[in-house]
Design a protein around this ligand. Structure first.
Ligand SMILES: [Fe+2]
Length: 365
């Protein structure tokens, strides 16, 4: 259950009633924008002027707080879809991260795998998050266990949250996530013993078709996100390419072929809006610079590598900073993609903007 559902009446488009519907329709007509209305106690119409003042923001930031001039506690959020992505954790996930997510309240949280090397306590903490979560496990998650038993334990604990070759979708927020091949170590196509033990022998063609097939089930009007551990081939062969092999000469494209085939097939019907992955850590071997972490192709699909490792660091004052990749959507298109470093309090300390859509590309507001 989403945290906003605990203590608010949450009304999404399509379920308005009574006066609330009338107010929402008025606001919707004025702003011509998707509307999320959250009401705490009483409500009125005094907030309209304030909403109109916020029109320029185009819903990129949700607005929260009391708005009624008569002291009532009307809370309205005008928002685009906001998705947080936790790159390879490698054990860096704890209570402070859960609290940070609680403060930021993204609409969904995606994990690209390499949670740890099989730490079941960490997996359990992910299952206790109270917002929409999707996970695709990484090559490290099998630990040293080649039998697949440790991997299977984590898959069982995650339940529906783990979505290999499968569509995971929510209507509120309207978001479709398709998982790619789990536990990939990149390099084209290779199945580890543990993966074969759990999922059986799988061919590259099967994997590609399963990914593309899951994507075909996604509602066409919802943002379509492909969640992978390793990114696809085709994003470059340099050491600093989003999936470039940096640890060994020659530097080559180390992406997944089956994912590239699936994405290519999807373009015949509906291209992915966002492909998010990890595995190839941002810092290059030998501290030889930083990886390119974003690419947008000519069809508008955004590719982002979220693997900032370690994802928890210290600033110059020795205070902790937590990394999240952050994506906001306007309609089905990504309007903002950035790497963000937060203090545990929720304060945004630093942001590296990777993509911001031109106003003309955004849904009308
Ligand atoms: Fe990793």
């Amino acid at each position: 259950m989403h945290p906003t559902e605990h203590d608010h009446i949450r009304v999404g488009v399509g379920s308005f009633s009574g006066e609330l519907k009338r107010i929402a329709d008025e606001v919707g007509n004025v702003l011509n924008f998707r509307l999320l209305v959250i009401v705490r106690q009483d409500h009125g119409v005094a907030f309209l002027a304030e909403l109109i003042d916020r029109r320029d923001e185009c819903g990129v930031r949700a607005h929260r707080g009391p708005l009624g001039q008569d002291g009532t506690s009307l809370e309205v959020a005008l928002t685009s879809l906001r998705v947080a992505i936790a790159g390879d954790l490698h054990g860096d996930w704890g209570d402070r991260d859960a609290e940070l997510i609680e403060r930021l309240q993204p609409d969904a949280l995606l994990f690209v795998g390499d949670l740890s090397d099989g730490d079941l306590r960490l997996v359990k903490s992910i299952t206790q998050l109270s917002l929409p979560v999707a996970v695709l496990l990484g090559n490290h998650d099998r630990g040293r266990d080649r039998s697949g038993a440790l991997l299977q334990q984590q898959i069982s604990m995650l339940g529906d949250r783990h979505c290999p070759w499968r569509l995971r979708a929510w209507s509120q927020p309207a978001l479709a996530v398709v998982g790619a091949r789990p536990c990939s170590a990149g390099g084209g196509f290779h199945l580890s013993q543990a993966v074969q033990a759990v999922f059986g022998p799988i061919t590259e063609a099967q994997s590609a078709e399963w990914i593309a097939g899951a994507a075909r089930e996604a509602p066409s009007s919802w943002p379509l996100v492909v969640l992978a551990h390793s990114g696809p081939t085709g994003l470059g062969s340099e050491a600093n390419s989003p999936c470039g092999r940096d640890w060994k000469q020659p530097h080559i494209d180390w992406g997944d072929r089956d994912l590239a085939i699936a994405l290519d097939r999807m373009q015949q019907s509906r291209p992915a809006d966002l492909v998010v992955f990890g595995h190839m850590h941002h810092q290059l071997k030998g501290r030889n610079g930083e990886r390119i972490t974003f690419h947008r192709d000519r069809r508008g699909t955004c590719f982002v590598n979220a693997a900032c490792v370690p994802r928890i660091g210290l600033d110059d004052s020795g205070r902790p900073l937590h990394h999240l990749t952050w994506v906001e959507f306007s309609g089905t298109k990504a309007s903002l993609v950035s790497h963000r470093w937060y203090r545990p309090s929720g304060e945004l300390s630093y942001e590296q903007t990777l993509h911001r859509a031109a106003k003309s590309e955004q849904a009308p507001c």
